[in-house]
Design a protein around this ligand. Structure first.
Ligand SMILES: Cc1cc2nc3c(=O)[nH]c(=O)nc-3n(C[C@H](O)[C@H](O)[C@H](O)COP(=O)(O)OP(=O)(O)OC[C@H]3O[C@@H](n4cnc5c(N)ncnc54)[C@H](O)[C@@H]3O)c2cc1C
Length: 387
């Protein structure tokens, strides 16, 4: 076993860390308070190849491996989880499925603009009445000339209004209930009407919208993979995407831990630094241990994916564990900071708000447990849509 990062992986990690320190950290509190989507930041990320880290160079990407991409997500999320999710959805949930399932023509047409950050990718599966049970989705695509007309509503779509390509799921076979009647499409975001998804608890620097489609016409060349195979596109995408969300959770937890540690070494009560109280020491010891454990799960899942090995169970474990560590440890960070932690003077409260979503999107913790249980019990095929 080799736990060391390669020189290339360390280099890209440093690149992302430096960018986060210079271009994100000085602004993140304002973006959070004012709900600003920092559009210009993504041009800077693109210049450094960070909008297509693990996309092959022939398609406009940086040609790095999947673990390098995970390291980038961790660093970006350590500075701002909103930036982390924007890049995660753009890459894992939009660009990579086109690479994996697209025709040669679709790959060369859609991937380079995404990898160069000229277009932003989105993934539209969730609907108002279909969340975890994604196979029950109702958006429909009906044959229309030589293409399709798509109608329905998608809910809480990250990056859905940013101008780019949406990997969108719709039912093409009304006679097949459940996941078997679903197909995947590549839709231009400027073809789709967007409405507000309402105010979120956190992730205020990311953009989340509902999509309203009323007979949106797409050509036959916009079908991604085969007809009625959309659900396998969605599940394979989420298998990889979850590792990205696990990395996001890890980055948030790491930031909260670093804040708590440095505060504990400064803050004095009863004539000594609070880091000298065993109660605080144990919190920091638990944080550090659990974050280390989460990191090993996340990197292992990323390594399996990049070797082309099965990673459904390992990705689900990484996301389940890292997201629960993030939720718990961001709360502990507030505790270490006491009253100051509850105020906006320190970012602990932002970490706490941002961490919660990692237990929900790309499959809730309950759904991750189902995925893991099926795998360990050898129940095999996903009999139901486990999003
Ligand atoms: C900020 C944000 C961004 C998002 N971005 C995207 C995006 O880009 N694209 C996209 O398609 N979606 C996106 N989503 C949607 C997200 O993936 C869903 O919210 C998530 O999958 C859960 O679905 P739901 O909210 O409908 O919850 P539900 O499925 O209604 O679940 C409610 C509760 O029931 C539990 N539950 C459901 N089924 C089971 C079961 N079988 N066993 C045990 N417990 C169960 C759940 O775990 C949960 O606790 C986003 C959501 C948010 C809030």
């Amino acid at each position: 076993m080799d736990f060391a990062l390669t020189d290339d992986q360390r280099e890209i990690q440093t690149l992302a860390r430096d960018l986060a320190r210079d271009e994100i950290e000085p602004h993140v509190a304002d973006w959070d308070r004012e709900h600003t989507f920092p559009r210009e930041l993504y041009g800077k990320l693109a210049e450094l190849g960070l909008m297509g880290v693990c996309v092959p160079e022939e398609y406009g990407g940086a040609g790095a491996d999947f673990l390098s991409y995970v390291l980038v997500l961790e660093e970006l999320s350590r500075a701002d989880a909103g930036v982390g999710v924007t890049v995660a959805v753009h890459t894992s949930a939009a660009t990579l499925p086109i690479l994996m399932f697209g025709t040669d023509e679709q790959r060369s047409r859609f991937v380079p603009p995404l990898a160069r950050g000229e277009a932003i990718g989105a993934f539209a599966l969730t609907e108002p009445d279909s969340g975890s049970d994604a196979g029950s989705l109702r958006t429909k695509a009906e044959p229309d000339g030589d293409g399709w007309a798509i109608s329905g509503r998608k809910q809480w779509i990250t990056n859905g209004s940013l101008g780019g390509t949406i990997v969108l799921f719709a039912r093409t076979d009304p006679d097949t209930p459940g996941s078997g009647g679903v197909s995947a499409f590549l839709v231009d975001s400027d073809q789709v009407e967007t409405v507000s998804s309402g105010e979120k608890l956190g992730l205020h620097s990311s953009s989340t919208v509902d999509l309203v489609l009323d007979g949106v016409r797409v050509g036959a060349d916009r079908l991604l993979h085969e007809e009625r195979k959309g659900f396998s596109v969605a599940m394979a995408t989420l298998d990889g995407g979850r590792i990205g969300i696990a990395a996001q959770a890890l980055g948030i937890a790491q930031a909260a831990y670093e804040l708590a540690r440095s505060y504990a070494l400064e803050r004095r009560q009863f004539g000594q630094r609070i880091a000298e109280f065993q109660a605080i020491q144990w919190k920091l010891a638990d944080m550090s241990t659990q974050i280390d454990a989460a990191r090993l799960l996340v990197y292992r899942a990323a390594w399996l994916k990049q070797q082309g090995l099965p990673h459904t169970e390992e990705g689900a474990k990484a996301k389940l564990f890292a997201s629960e560590v993030a939720r718990r440890q961001t709360g502990e960070a507030i505790q270490v900071l006491g009253g100051y932690g509850y105020t906006r003077e320190f970012p602990a409260e932002r970490y706490y708000r941002d961490a919660k979503i990692t237990e929900i999107y790309e499959g809730t913790s309950e759904i991750q447990r189902l995925v893991i249980a099926r795998s360990v019990l050898g129940l095999g095929q996903r009999a139901m849509a486990l999003k």
